[in-house]
Design a protein around this ligand. Structure first.
Ligand code: AMP
Length: 452
């Protein structure tokens, strides 16, 4: 029968060939978040529509155009979550987390849904890795969250991402600026697109995001937000920048960066990658002072970010440690002929079978491989294997193993007893083992140049 069904437009399957890498990236995120004291929260996939209308903002594109909303059989208005901050804040208020020791640090990993026009890097179901710090201390919390984000991206092997940061000011700064900007744009209405004219009355700051060259030209002469900042907002921004400099984080102040969500105050930031084309933002975030109160809690300082996991994976560096987080692959030439196994006697298990199981019991993720060497190698690469272990001889009790380290091309010859500790030390990849050990220095005689 002809194929009838396909994944809905804008969604995709993440197949085993890719899911190992997704999991590895998530493992790095969990490890880094853990180091900063962030703990996981899992909120429902759908929420009351009103939560997003209030939390994300009526004038945002998300609420205005992109939500997957439906009425359930009990006549409730529900929406598939288009982002996770509103739900995290809802949970913070609902569970009285303001009474816990502050700040409360939460992270989430999961799918989000927006009815957008699909294109490369833009999906209707996409995935975010995000963190929210609630009940924090202003600029210092902003800096902590940014430092954590930069640490995470560094650990994933990124070196050439751009951190763009700006301040949208506090409420007082923003209303002063809104007035100045609207005044200026009103006098140039004829140069504005329909979209911008609509925004002029709903959310004029969003016009600064415009990609149209004509509007960009017009905006070049517009009043600058920085001229409307209150002294407090100025000091806040200076403190965030100073903290980043103190820890050698390179960043660029981007005066036009305003971000599409309504809840941000003061610090906003974005991380962009040159390699991504038009959808080049892999992460967005900022501080929000009014959101917890807006959703029914007491005034609470919040700051957070969301990384687009789909895009992150699109530009994950070739040498990212996450690409080496898979299973160790064991093959034994003894039980493997060119392409097929030698028949085993009744009741006999192969040497590879035993070795793989012993490795697993020592905490080394491993699977059996079989077949021609190139095939084994291809499979190992596809599985993100950090190493291939070849068993040399089929002599009972002979434990000599040849280990091929895929990242460096090194070859080691080890007794089986040395195998687990060596592999563990060699791949102290965040999240792969319970406790990352320091990098190992190999005994001189452990490295061989043998070609097998
Ligand atoms: P936002 O929640 O809009 O601040 O977005 C945060 C990040 O999520 C963006 O920087 C993107 O990397 C990612 N993102 C947002 N919308 C989509 C989408 N439709 N498809 C893929 N990634 C997205």
């Amino acid at each position: 029968m002809a194929q009838r069904f396909q994944a809905p437009k804008g969604t995709r399957d993440i197949l085993p060939a890719d899911s190992a890498l997704w999991a590895a990236v998530e493992a790095v995120a969990r490890a880094v978040f853990g180091r900063y004291g962030f703990r996981e929260i899992r909120t429902p996939i759908f929420e009351e529509t009103e939560l997003f209308a209030r939390g994300v903002g009526e004038s945002s594109d998300i609420v205005g155009k992109e939500m997957y909303s439906f009425v359930d059989k009990g006549d409730r208005n529900l929406t598939l979550r288009p982002e996770n901050t509103a739900a995290v804040v809802r949970a913070f208020v609902e569970h009285g987390m303001a009474r816990q020791p502050q700040p409360v640090k939460l992270f989430y990993i999961g799918p989000q849904f927006r009815y957008e026009r699909p294109q490369k890097g833009r999906y209707r179901q996409f995935h975010q890795i995000g963190a929210e710090l609630l009940g924090g201390k202003g600029a210092e919390s902003d800096a902590e969250v940014l430092l954590m984000l930069v640490a995470l991206l560094g650990e994933l092997g990124f070196r050439d991402l751009k951190v763009l940061i700006n301040t949208v000011g506090d409420e007082a700064s923003r209303s002063a600026y809104r007035e100045a900007l609207v005044g200026y744009l009103e006098s140039h209405r004829e140069k504005l697109s329909d979209e911008s004219l609509r925004r002029l009355s709903t959310n004029p700051l969003r016009i600064l995001d415009s990609k149209s060259p004509q509007e960009q030209e017009l905006l070049a002469g517009a009043p600058q937000l920085r001229d409307s900042l209150t002294g407090e907002s100025r000091a806040h921004f200076a403190a965030v920048c100073a903290a980043l400099q103190q820890f050698d984080v390179a960043f660029e102040v981007s005066p036009r960066l305003v971000r599409g969500l309504d809840y941000y105050t003061n610090t906003v930031f974005e991380i962009v990658s040159e390699g991504l084309g038009s959808q080049n933002a892999i992460c967005g975030g900022g501080a929000y002072e009014g959101l917890v109160e807006e959703l029914g809690g007491s005034p609470t300082y919040g700051v957070g970010f969301a990384i687009g996991e789909d895009r992150l994976l699109d530009v994950l560096p070739a040498d990212s440690p996450a690409r080496r987080a898979g299973l160790f692959l064991c093959v034994g030439p003894v039980v493997v002929t060119d392409s097929e196994r030698l028949p085993l006697k009744e009741g006999e298990t192969s040497t590879v079978f035993g070795l793989v199981e012993r490795l697993r019991r020592s905490g080394i993720p491993s699977v059996e491989g079989a077949g021609k060497q190139e095939k084994v190698y291809e499979r190992a690469v596809a599985m993100l294997s950090p190493a291939i272990v070849y068993i040399g001889e089929r002599r009972p009790g002979d434990g000599a193993c040849n280990v091929r380290i895929l990242a460096t091309g090194e070859r080691l010859q080890l007794d089986e007893s040395e195998l687990a500790p060596t592999l563990k030390r060699f791949f102290s990849f965040a999240g792969a083992f319970e406790s990352p050990a320091p990098a190992m220095s190999l005994p001189a005689d452990a490295v061989t140049d043998d070609e097998e």
